[in-house]
Design a binder for this molecule. Sequence first.
Ligand SMILES: Nc1ncnc2c1ncn2[C@@H]1O[C@H](COP(=O)(O)OP(=O)(O)O)[C@@H](O)[C@H]1O
Ligand SMILES: [Mg+2]
Length: 370
Amino acid sequence: MDSTTPQGGILIVDDDPNSLVALRELLEGPGQSVILAESGEDALRHVLKQDFAVILLDVRMPGMDGFETARLIRERKRSRHTPIIFMTGALEDVHSQFRGYEAGAVDYITKPLVPQVLKSKIAVFLELYKINADLRREIAVRTRAEEHLRSSEENLRSLAAHLQSVREEEGTRIAREIHDDLGQALTGLKMDLAWVAKRLRADQKPLAEKAASMGRLIDDTVQMVRQIASRLRPAILDERGLTAAIWWQARDFRKRVGIRCEVSLPAEAPPIDAERSLAAFRVFQELLTNVARHANATRTDVALRVESGMLVLLVEDNGKGIDEAAAASPKSLGFMGMRERILPFGGKIEIAGTRDAGTRVRVTIPLGVK
Ligand SMILES: Nc1ncnc2c1ncn2[C@@H]1O[C@H](COP(=O)(O)OP(=O)(O)O)[C@@H](O)[C@H]1O
Ligand SMILES: [Mg+2]
């Protein structure tokens, strides 16, 4: 840490010891430190070690004079902005004042010094230093708070991503179990039922009818199990890719929700990896759910294409039109989830709604390949 004190010190540089002592008497006070330097070299040593609120610098000194000293003080990073007041003889000409300003002086004061004038000039710089120090502290506090915020945002983001992938894995596992175990049990049941039905006598017609309806129920249940499993984890996505999965999902939507759903798909399968496929597919499902739940639409148009290295997914409906501000609000957890889902790939979602004319959502995901 630097040695910045709230009350910055004053550095006085003068080759005349009497003058140094007199100035210290004048400016030193409770809580106000004054450091004395008898030469330019001496002054430079001090400014390397400590910050000053103001430097009072004699122009005429043997060896390194005030101008040279000021120039070197300005070159040091630590003292680059420290205000320097030159002290000069009354007879100094305008030219040397110019040189002083060029060397980095902020003010001039002529000897013999008038104590009140000097004190009030110095007071201005001390006040300035204090304000600056306060500002620096405030900035440091804010920077820390911002860093804290940023890191907790990052943590939340990775937690969300983690939960998402845990959920997907869990879904895949449950889907497989439902499909395999439950599916097998139902097949067994169906076979047993067939066995029983075969052994019924011709005069047991009501039982035969019952067996037939049980058989239909088992078939429906098999269908249901398949649907539940594929909703948990659409096997088609892994087996036949995103395009097929979107087509399948749109058909399922049409059947289940009864809203027309036109699909335009690329002729060639997009060059997309499994993670991006899954993310795009989940976003697509979420968007269709929104259409079913909120849009009050009679028609949906879906388009998937690849445009300059980006996967573009468009979902439009002719419903009531989304309130764009509401969709952007942090309360719209659905959209927030969608954004988070594609964020790792640098993807984005654009939402546009026209009142009573419909909603258009455009999702883009960089493919990460040429
Ligand atoms: N296709 C749409 N048409 C009209 N409004 C929509 C549509 N999709 C979303 N919205 C509106 O945007 C809001 C936010 O959507 P979302 O973040 O998915 O949250 P949720 O579906 O859980 O309400 C919805 O509550 C709804 O008011
Ligand atoms: Mg939603």
